[in-house]
Design a protein around this ligand. Structure first.
Ligand SMILES: NC(=O)c1ccc[n+]([C@@H]2O[C@H](COP(=O)([O-])OP(=O)(O)OC[C@H]3O[C@@H](n4cnc5c(N)ncnc54)[C@H](OP(=O)(O)O)[C@@H]3O)[C@@H](O)[C@H]2O)c1
Length: 276
């Protein structure tokens, strides 16, 4: 008789992160229950029969610890023993209110009584792709383009998440997940090399961002993003990359790797000598 596939719930499962985690789980033959806004009212019923739950809060949630507490209660009610929380690198950063929400979410998870694990990913390498793959490739960001960021491949994060959800040995662990350090200017240079195209790089004035692109956002998102950009402008965003390598059993993908993969998926021919 064959072993039944493990059933794993992914809260926030229809979003960018959730879809990547669901793909990694399915690649390992797990059955995935994706939960978004529509399924949230019947959360406990949706968790019934699951062996694990991955908790991803919506971006810039105004009450992340409340969202996590509801997830923890439902996991307890449905007797789901394993709970993995998608936090962020450096959650206790008072300069970034949405990071503090994740620090509070972590505190809820640590008191949950579940077999918990916390992942703390850095910003995703994928965040820079829309501009790079545009008709006129460019990265225009409201922060310094010459400070380092430990941008991590979302597919690497998802692969680690699937390991946490399906394998034993990580109860009570908190893992910071970054990729190799890269500046925005270096990311643009890698993209130019891979695509054989000119890629513009520009630090947009953050006040201008707030008046223009930021103006369309709800206030809490605009304020949260501005705080994040100001932090990046002063410090970049650093995180460990050795941990991801240990968990993946190989080095985490670099920004250049992520660009080359996305360019190939978009049907482009790489012009980089290292790919030939
Ligand atoms: N982007 C990064 O670089 C980065 C790095 C580290 C950590 N993170 C964290 O990753 C998390 C997910 O980001 P993402 O970009 O993947 O998010 P996303 O694509 O916006 O997806 C969020 C999901 O949350 C669901 N949702 C929204 N409001 C909800 C509510 N009130 N109740 C229940 N579900 C709700 C949505 O479900 P429906 O589809 O049903 O509407 C959506 O699928 C965020 O917490 C972010 O801080 C992001």
């Amino acid at each position: 008789m064959s072993t039944p596939s493990p059933r794993v719930a992914v809260l926030g499962g229809h979003g960018k992160t959730g879809r990547a985690v669901a793909d990694s789980l399915r690649a390992r033959d797990a059955e995935v229950v994706s939960i978004g806004r529509a399924e949230w009212p019947s959360l406990k019923a949706a968790l019934d029969g699951c062996s694990a739950v991955y908790v991803i809060a919506p971006n810039f949630h105004l009450d992340e610890s409340g969202y996590v507490a509801e997830a923890v209660d439902a996991a307890g009610g449905a007797d789901v023993s394993r709970l993995v929380y998608h936090s962020v690198a450096s959650p206790y950063l008072p300069a970034m209110p949405h990071h503090l929400g994740k620090a509070e979410g972590e505190a809820v998870v640590r008191r949950s009584g579940r077999d918990w694990t916390i992942l703390q990913p850095c910003a995703y390498a994928q965040n820079l792709l829309p501009g790079l793959l545009a008709d006129e490739p460019a990265i225009r960001v409201p922060y310094d383009v010459d400070l380092p960021h430990a941008l991590v491949d979302l597919a690497d994060v998802a692969e680690v998440a699937a390991t946490m959800l399906l394998e034993d040995g990580h109860v009570g662990a908190t893992y910071e997940l970054g990729g190799p350090l890269v500046t925005v200017r270096e990311a643009a240079e890698s993209a130019a090399e891979v695509m054989g195209r000119t890629v513009a790089v520009e630090r947009v004035d953050p006040d201008e961002w707030e008046r223009e692109a930021g103006a369309a956002l709800p206030e809490h998102k605009r304020v949260g993003l501005r705080a994040m950009f100001d932090y990046y402008d002063d410090h970049g965003f650093l995180a460990a990359n050795r941990v991801a390598g240990l968990l993946l059993g190989r080095p985490p993908r670099s920004m250049a790797d992520v660009i080359a993969r996305a360019w190939a998926q978009a049907g482009g021919q790489s012009t980089s000598p290292r790919d030939s």
